[in-house]
Design a protein around this ligand. Structure first.
Ligand code: NBP
Length: 471
């Protein structure tokens, strides 16, 4: 008999997702460009399962029941287009292709249109959770036409991570919205990773703490309502792990150059295009760029002398390094708030009609940014679906009240000690700007009118004005 589900691309994600589908009762056929990988998968992890192989895409298509459901897990970009053009001649009306890779959302937008004009369904689906999530239950963000989603809803809800109020998947919206939301997820992820790295740097350099001492603080944070999360949990693990050769903290042996594959950059580009203010997320992207300038930094450090580090009161491990925790909590909240802000504007500009509480719900399990904070984010948007900024919700307002002094103290000490804290300082400026009713941009407007007659609005009269400024 024919199989339920087809997979193209046996990379680390594809292998795990097909094993997940099979475990949930969906017999599968797999295809990989390099056939030897298919063979070794079928003789290895795929052995004894309802999974068969296909040597080419025609065979894959022939082995599937109709309408066919085929998941592509290949490298994003030209590889995805190549697979689509190679498989299209064999597809029939109603068949559905799902792209689970990290596609650029505008590429997905184009592919949805192309495929649907041929009467095929096309879903662009963000998948988060890494290899382990793919196997055990990822968080999935599918976008495309609703009817296409409905034909794979049962499969996806079974494969997804499950949390107390349901599976971590639901229909996101039309076109490229699924990949857009995944991109924003990754932007928030960049932010949180950098925030945790900044807290580590302060504890190590200003407080002289060891890996295990810092790991204890992360364990404490992970037990709190505000910071309990997957990324805090794995940071504890990373800091506790020793080098197998000499038994010292492994993390100190790792080169301080962070890689990136594009999604953080796409988030920031989208934010700039949409006019969303995302300074914390931008700071995390820039921090990765700076980190990659290793040889320049090493040279510059011999010329641009760092200040001496004095002694600073930054809390104790038993109170979770209180001011540092304040900085981490508020910066993490700012990352989510800025991500939600990009989506709020995109929802309107791109007609995605995103449902914010569902997006928070999907992210509560399976994905890299899963955290207890998302329960409060979900609540905030359930209470007020039109919420302009997360910081305006009462639970988050209270966090700002409680913690802003701690954040300000951390930023001030770090700047005195010459330790960069780009996400902490951007967050402080973000909150300070957002809560200032009168910013100094009146003077910027005056300058623009003075040199370029750009006109300005007034606080006391309606309309646009120009002044012949005295020079
Ligand atoms: P990779 O991103 O390393 O892609 C490997 C797969 O792409 C292999 O099956 C490879 O076939 C296939 N492929 C390539 Br490369 N070029 C191809 C082409 N022109 N035609 C057909 N197949 C081609 O694998 P991955 O890490 O499993 O990721 C898959 C997708 O999922 C990516 O888009 C990734 O961004 C996304 N993603 C990854 C993660 C993660 O944690 N790794 C998480 C979430 C999403 P071959 O064997 O013949 O070279």
């Amino acid at each position: 008999s024919k199989a339920h589900f087809g997979l193209v691309g046996l990379g680390v994600m594809g292998e795990n997702l097909v094993l997940n589908a099979e475990r949930n009762g969906f017999s599968s056929v797999v295809y990989n460009r390099t056939y030897s990988k298919t063979e070794s998968f079928l003789l290895g992890r795929g052995l004894g399962k309802s999974i068969s192989g296909a040597k080419d895409l025609k065979e894959l298509v022939n082995k599937l029941e109709r309408p066919r459901r085929i998941l592509m897990m290949v490298k994003a970009g030209p590889a995805t287009d190549a697979v689509i053009s190679q498989i299209s001649p064999y597809l029939e009306e109603g068949d559905l292709l799902i792209d689970g890779g990290n596609a650029l959302f505008s590429d997905t937008e184009r592919r949805v249109e192309e495929l649907e004009s041929k009467s095929f369904g096309y879903i662009g689906m963000g998948v988060s959770g890494g290899a382990k999530g793919a196997l055990e239950g990822p968080s999935m963000m599918p976008g495309g036409t609703k009817s296409s989603y409905e034909s794979v809803e049962q499969l996806l809800t079974k494969m997804a991570a499950q949390v107390d109020d349901g599976p971590c998947v639901s229909y996101i919206g039309p076109g490229g919205s699924g990949h857009f939301v995944k991109t924003v997820h990754n932007g928030i992820e960049y932010g949180i990773e950098q925030i945790l790295a900044e807290s580590y740097d302060l504890m190590k350099r200003m407080c002289g703490m060891t890996g295990d001492q810092m790991a204890d603080v992360f364990a404490y944070w992970n037990s709190t309502e505000e910071l309990s999360s997957y990324l805090v949990e794995i940071t504890e693990t990373c800091l506790r792990t020793k080098d197998s050769v000499d038994g010292t903290d492994l993390v100190e042996k790792i080169m301080d150059k962070a890689g990136q594959k594009g999604t953080g950059l796409w988030t920031v580009i989208s934010a700039l295009e949409l006019g969303a203010s995302v300074p914390t997320i931008y700071a995390s992207l820039n921090a990765r760029v700076m980190s990659s300038l290793k040889s320049q930094r090493v040279y510059a450090s011999t010329l641009l002398k760092e200040p001496l580090i004095g002694s600073y009161e930054l809390g104790t491990p038993s109170d979770g390094m209180s001011p540092i925790m304040d900085a981490v909590v508020l910066s993490t909240i700012a990352s989510y708030a800025q991500g939600m802000e990009i989506m709020r504007i995109a929802s309107h500009e791109y007609n995605y009609d995103l449902h914010m509480p569902s997006i928070a719900q999907i992210w509560k399990g399976g994905c890299i940014i899963r955290s207890r904070l998302l329960v409060h984010i979900q609540n905030a948007f359930q209470k007020d679906p039109q919420l302009k900024n997360l910081l305006l919700d009462s639970w988050f307002l209270n966090q700002v009240d409680k913690r802003i002094a701690g954040l300000a103290k951390v930023v001030s000490y770090a700047s005195q000690a010459g330790i960069p804290v780009p996400c902490f300082s951007s967050t402080l400026d973000y909150i300070n700007s957002y809560r200032t009713s009168r910013l100094p941009q009146n003077l910027v407007q005056a300058m623009r009118d003075c040199f370029g007659s750009h006109t300005y609005e007034r606080t006391d009269k309606e309309g646009f004005f120009h002044t012949e400024w005295l020079n």
